[in-house]
Write a new protein. Structure first.
Length: 145
């Protein structure tokens, strides 16, 4: 069985992020495959998977661009968190959800590595989440190059 943290966060894997205008994010198939492997590992371990979606003028809540890409298995999603800032903790209920789950460690994967994942990981680290970033999985993070 694959090792897991207490909770898996899947950040910004939305249609408008992964398929921006006329281009698809780099290594899209590898990324979705890697994230689906992690989702399966968490489902097997009966641990929660939380999807985080960005909401702004381009990724308008409820629009097709805002929706999580259909290539990801969202069947057993524990929760969806909406954010309007790169940091998934900022003005959201993510911290209270993690507290309710008694989460001490989180694993983060998704798109926008240089922006939203970076902000969220730094805040999580500063908030005391342990062992959530032991290893960088290059097939589970990416941004447009």
């Amino acid at each position: 069985m694959m090792e897991t943290a207490d909770v898996l966060l899947v950040i910004d894997m939305q249609n408008g992020v992964c398929h921006y205008e006329d281009q698809t994010i780099s290594r899209f198939d590898q990324l979705t495959s890697g994230i689906n492997e992690r989702i399966t590992a968490y489902e097997t371990a009966s641990k929660p998977v939380i999807f985080v979606q960005h909401d702004d003028d381009y990724l308008v809540k409820g629009s097709d661009k805002w929706k999580v890409i259909p290539e990801l298995d969202t069947t057993h999603a524990y929760r969806y968190i909406e954010k309007t800032h790169p940091n998934a903790f900022y003005q959201t209920d993510l911290k209270s959800v993690l507290d309710q789950l008694d989460a001490k460690s989180i694993e983060v994967c998704g798109a926008e590595t240089h922006y939203c994942i970076d902000s969220t990981v730094k805040f999580a680290h500063g908030s005391g989440y342990a062992d959530f970033y032991e290893q960088i999985w290059t097939d589970r993070f990416l941004t447009f190059i």
